[in-house]
Design a binder for this molecule. Structure first.
Ligand code: FAD
Ligand code: NAD
Length: 484
C-alpha cells in the first residue's frame, strides 16, 4: 500500500519548502522530497538558495565588504587600523555555519509545521504517483491528490570551458574556495559574475570578467547599468564586454591543474583573438531548469524548447493536480519569485485565493553599491510608446548617505505621464536591496508617484532618496536641483 498525502512537493528549495509549509498551514497532509547533497555528502533542505546560492554568497559579500572597508574606507571616518589580516578559513567557516543554521532551520520548520520530510530522489509517475529513491537506494511509491514540482535549476556548462571542479568551476565551487586566487577569470558579467567577482576582488584577486554581449547588464535600465559599470570598474573589476570565449585549457600541475596549474582562456573581441591566463576560472553564464529523471514517461507534463516545465500564470502544468514552481518554470530565476509561486499554489490547492504579480518582481545585485530594480526600464517604457516622466535623486544629496560615506549612485523613478502610475524604479546605492521594497509595495498597490511624494519619510534615512526621486519626477525635488 503506497503512502498517501494530500500534497507531495518534489524539491525543498525556496520554491518547494514554502509550498510545503503553507500546505500544512492550510490543514492538508504534505511531504517534501529533496535530494540535495552537500560537498561533504550531507543531505540538507533549502536547495540552491540556502546551500550554494543566495545565503552563502551574501555571507561572503558581507565579510569581504567589511574587510575591504576596514582596509580602504575606515580611515576617512578617523579610524586607523593596522595589522589587518585575512583569515579566509574563519571567513569560510562562518559562511558554512550560517548555511547549516539556515538549512537546519527548515528541518525545524517542517517538524513544527507538520510537513513530512523525505530525503532522496522524487520522480513523478503517471496518475499522481511519486517514486521515492532514498539516498541508500531504497525505493517506495507514494500517492498524492496534488504534486508540486519544484526541482530548481543548475549552472549552464560551456562546451568551450567545461567544468573540472578544480580550475574551471561553477558558482558553488567558487563560494567554497580555500585560497584567494591571484588571477581570477569569470565568464559572464551577470549577477553571479559580479557578486562573486566582487567577493574575490575585495580579498585581493586580480579579476577579469569576460562578457559576450557588448552592452553591460543588457536587460537593465541603461542609465543604471552605465553607473554600475563605472563603479565596478573603479573597484578594479576588469570587465571586458563583447568578449566571446572560444576555449579554456588547464595547463601545468597535472590533471585538474593541481596546486601549480593555470587556465589559459582564449576569446575573441572587436580587436581579434585574445588570450589570458588565470589561476581559476568561474563560468557563470546563466542557469538552466533542472528536471533530470523527474518525469516518468506518460505523466503528460510538457517541457518547452529550453527545458522549462510548461505552466500557466497560476503554475498549473495542464495535467490536473500537477503544478510546477520556481526556477524550473518560466520567469526570473529568483528565490522570492519561487517562494511566492509556491505559496500561491499551496493556497490554490486548498481552495483559497492565490496570485503572483509578475509585474512587480524586485531584482537585486548585492555588489557595493547594491543594484536593485523593479518594473520597466526607461528603454522598455520608451519602446512601449507610453508617455513618461523620470525623477532621479543622487545619493550625493542624501544626508544619511553622506554620514555613511556611501554617496555613489542614485534612485531613478519612472512614472506614466497620463495617470502618474509608477512604471519602474531603479536604484544603485547603499542598501538599494532594502530600499526597493518601498517601490515594490507602491507598485503592488498601484500607487502613483504623487502617492510616494505625499508619504512622509523619516529623516535622515536613505529612504528619503526614494521620496525625492518621486518628487523629482514632477520637478518638485526639495533637496536636489530639478533638471529641465
Ligand atoms: P532550488 O533552490 O534549485 O531547489 C531545488 C531543490 O530540488 C534542490 O534541493 C534539488 O536538489 C531538489 N531536487 C531537484 N530535483 C529533484 C528530484 N527529482 N527529487 C528530489 N529533489 C530534487 N536568488 C535570489 O533571489 N537572491 C539571491 O541573492 C540569489 N543569489 C544567488 C547566488 C548564487 C551563487 C546562485 C547560484 C543563485 C542565486 N539566486 C539568488 C538564485 C536562487 O538560488 C534560485 O532562484 C532559487 O534557489 C530557486 O529556487 P527553487 O526552489 O526553484 O530551486
Ligand atoms: P545571468 O543570466 O545573470 O548572467 C549571465 C551572463 O553571462 C550574461 O550577461 C550573458 O550575456 C553572459 N554570457 C552568456 N554566455 C556567455 C559566453 N559564452 N561568454 C561570455 N558571457 C556569456 O546568469 P548568472 O549570473 O549565471 O546567474 C544565474 C541565475 O541566478 C540568474 O538568473 C540570477 O537571477 C540568479 N542569481 C540571482 C542573484 C541575485 O538575485 N542577487 C545572485 C546570483 C544569481
Amino acid at each position: 500500500m503506497a503512502d498517501a498525502f494530500d500534497v507531495i512537493v518534489i524539491g525543498g528549495g525556496p520554491a518547494g519548502y514554502p509550498a510545503a509549509i503553507r500546505t500544512a498551514q492550510n490543514g492538508l497532509t504534505v511531504a517534501c522530497i529533496d535530494e540535495w547533497r552537500n560537498h561533504d555528502g550531507s543531505a540538507a533542505f533549502g536547495g540552491t538558495c540556502l546551500n550554494a546560492g543566495c545565503i552563502p554568497s551574501k555571507a561572503l559579500l558581507e565579510s569581504t565588504e567589511l574587510y575591504h572597508r576596514l582596509r580602504e574606507e575606515f580611515a576617512v571616518h578617523g579610524i586607523r587600523a593596522s595589522g589587518v589580516e585575512l583569515d579566509l578559513a574563519a571567513m569560510q567557516k562562518r559562511r558554512a555555519d550560517i548555511v547549516r543554521k539556515m538549512t537546519d532551520g527548515i528541518a525545524a520548520l517542517f517538524k513544527a509545521g507538520g510537513v513530512t520530510p523525505l530525503q532522496g530522489h522524487g520522480k513523478l509517475l503517471p496518475g499522481k504517483r511519486v517514486e521515492l529513491t532514498a539516498h541508500d537506494g531504497a525505493r517506495r511509491e507514494l500517492t498524492a491528490k496534488h504534486v508540486v514540482l519544484a526541482s530548481g535549476s543548475a549552472p549552464i556548462e560551456l562546451a568551450a570551458a567545461p567544468f573540472d571542479g578544480q580550475r574551471i568551476i561553477d558558482s558553488w565551487d567558487a563560494l567554497e574556495l580555500g585560497a584567494v586566487p591571484k588571477r581570477l577569470g569569470v565568464i559572464g558579467a551577470g549577477v553571479i559574475g559580479l557578486e562573486l567577482g566582487s567577493v574575490w576582488r575585495r580579498l585581493g584577486s586580480e579579476v577579469i570578467v569576460l562578457e559576450a554581449l557588448t552592452e553591460f547588464l543588457a536587460a537593465a535600465d541603461q542609465q543604471l547599468a552605465r553607473e554600475a559599470l563605472r563603479q565596478l570598474k573603479r573597484q578594479g573589476l576588469d570587465i571586458r564586454l563583447g568578449a566571446k570565449v572560444t576555449g579554456a585549457k588547464v595547463t601545468g600541475g597535472g590533471a585538474g591543474g593541481g596546486a601549480t596549474g593555470a587556465v589559459e582562456v582564449s576569446y575573441s573581441d572587436a580587436k581579434g583573438e585574445q588570450r589570458i591566463t588565470v589561476d581559476t576560472l568561474i563560468v557563470a553564464v546563466g542557469r538552466r531548469p533542472f528536471t533530470r529523471d523527474l518525469l516518468a514517461p506518460g505523466t503528460g507534463v510538457a517541457l518547452d524548447e529550453r527545458g522549462f516545465i510548461v505552466v500557466d500564470d497560476h503554475c498549473r502544468t495542464g495535467v490536473e493536480g500537477v503544478w510546477a514552481v520556481g526556477d524550473c518554470v518560466r520567469g526570473p530565476m529568483l528565490a522570492h519569485k519561487g517562494k511566492e509561486e509556491g505559496i500561491m499554489v499551496a493556497d490554490l490547492i486548498a481552495g483559497r485565493y492565490g496570485e503572483v504579480n509578475y509585474r512587480a518582481i524586485p531584482s537585486v545585485i548585492y555588489t557595493a553599491p547594491e543594484i536593485a530594480t523593479v518594473g520597466a526600464s526607461e528603454e522598455q517604457v520608451k519602446a512601449s510608446g507610453r508617455a513618461y516622466k523620470v525623477g532621479v535623486f543622487p545619493f550625493l544629496a542624501s544626508g544619511r548617505a553622506r554620514a555613511m560615506e556611501a554617496t555613489a549612485g542614485f534612485v531613478k523613478l519612472i512614472a506614466a505621464r497620463d495617470d502618474d502610475e509608477i512604471l519602474g524604479v531603479h536604484i544603485i546605492g547603499p542598501l538599494a536591496g532594502e530600499l526597493i521594497a518601498e517601490a515594490v509595495l507602491a507598485m503592488e498597490y498601484s500607487a502613483s508617484s504623487e502617492d510616494l511624494q505625499r508619504t512622509m519619510h523619516a529623516h535622515p534615512t536613505l529612504s528619503e532618496a526614494v521620496h525625492e526621486a518621486a518628487l523629482a519626477a514632477d520637478k518638485r525635488s526639495i533637496d536636489s536641483i530639478n533638471r529641465p
